[in-house]
Design a protein around this ligand. Structure first.
Ligand code: SAM
Length: 297
């Protein structure tokens, strides 16, 4: 039988239509990439996770997660407090608020294994001016040393209740944009690829179908928002959000962290997907709510 050698595509000045065995070395060797802090190689060694904190929500601030050893868990999913006077928010200045996020995500960097992922759901705020919180958060994560993998636009579609502050109704005088989307920012600590040891290969499995993979690797996700009233927390995300991220970015048996656990949605998604969880939550009322939701499973 005659074999035909297939040539892979290369980065070209005109772009390429499809990508087959794509050689992107020209792009990554360009000056654009030279100054990026993206070659950090954290230790490959992992530490075992303390059994007494496995599948527990710890009452306390995630700015200090000293109960969790470094390099001991695999995926972080969270939606941080928005500091916009929700019931649980403190009235911090923007600088103080970003400092809180930086402290928390520096701890997240410490506890993730090499190759571990961090996914942050965040919405931009206000109008006069618009605060591009997602940009600030990406910058903080890159400064900490995370490698950015991409960002997902969460299209809240018809479930979003966009503001009716039109600015100027049917007039170009001052029309105001009404956000019906949020972001999910995705990062890796160190390597982009998650390694599984020979032993882990025996029990750490993938859990998504081809159709799910094809859909979830697209950068726009359409998902309905969750009702605060139904859950009993001012800002829960829908179960589908951590569920998709867990199936896409982790293996069974992995440990998933939510440092701002709220009503426990990430924990519920982890249990349903045969993963473990650990969380921090500063408000005892929400720790109790989360534990109640988990026990009801
Ligand atoms: C946006 S909510 C998370 C909601 C969660 N994703 C859910 O589905 O219920 C943020 C949570 O972070 C908590 N929080 C605020 N500051 C914290 C801190 N320093 N450490 C841990 N939790 C904190 C708040 O009490 C609130 O429940």
């Amino acid at each position: 039988m005659r074999r035909y050698k297939t040539e892979g595509t290369k980065t070209s000045s005109f772009g390429t239509n499809g990508r087959i065995n794509h050689d992107s070395s020209k792009f990554y060797n360009s000056r654009l990439y030279k100054d990026l802090n993206c070659n950090r190689k954290p230790l490959k060694e992992t530490n075992s996770f303390p059994k007494n904190y496995l599948n527990k929500i710890i009452l306390g601030s995630c700015t200090n997660m000293k109960k969790i050893p470094g390099n001991s868990l695999h995926l972080m999913i969270t939606s941080p407090p928005y500091n916009v006077s929700k019931e649980y928010d403190e009235d911090l200045s923007l600088k103080e608020y970003l400092e809180l996020l930086k402290e928390s995500f520096t701890e997240v960097y410490r506890v993730l294994v090499n190759g571990g992922r961090a996914c942050i759901n965040v919405a931009n705020l206000g109008r006069k001016p618009y605060i591009p919180l997602s940009d600030y958060v990406s910058k903080i994560m890159i400064d900490i040393g995370f490698n950015m993998r991409g960002e997902i636009i969460w299209d809240k579609a018809s479930s979003a209740s966009p503001s009716t502050a039109w600015g100027s109704w049917l007039s170009a005088a001052n029309p105001i944009l009404r956000d019906v989307h949020e972001y999910i920012l995705i990062f890796s600590k160190g390597e982009y690829k998650r390694d599984r040891t020979k032993k882990e290969l025996q029990f750490k499995d993938n859990t998504m179908t081809k159709d799910q993979f094809m859909e979830w690797t697209k950068s726009i996700w359409v998902m309905k928002a969750e009702s605060a009233k139904r859950v009993g927390h001012p800002a829960p995300f829908p179960l589908e959000l951590p569920s998709r991220l867990i199936h896409l970015y982790s293996f069974t048996g992995d440990i998933i962290l939510d440092p701002f656990m709220g009503s426990g949605t990430t924990a519920i998604a982890a249990i349903k997907a045969k993963r473990n969880f650990v969380g921090y939550e500063i408000n005892e009322k929400y720790v109790n709510l989360a534990n109640k939701r988990i026990s009801a499973l």
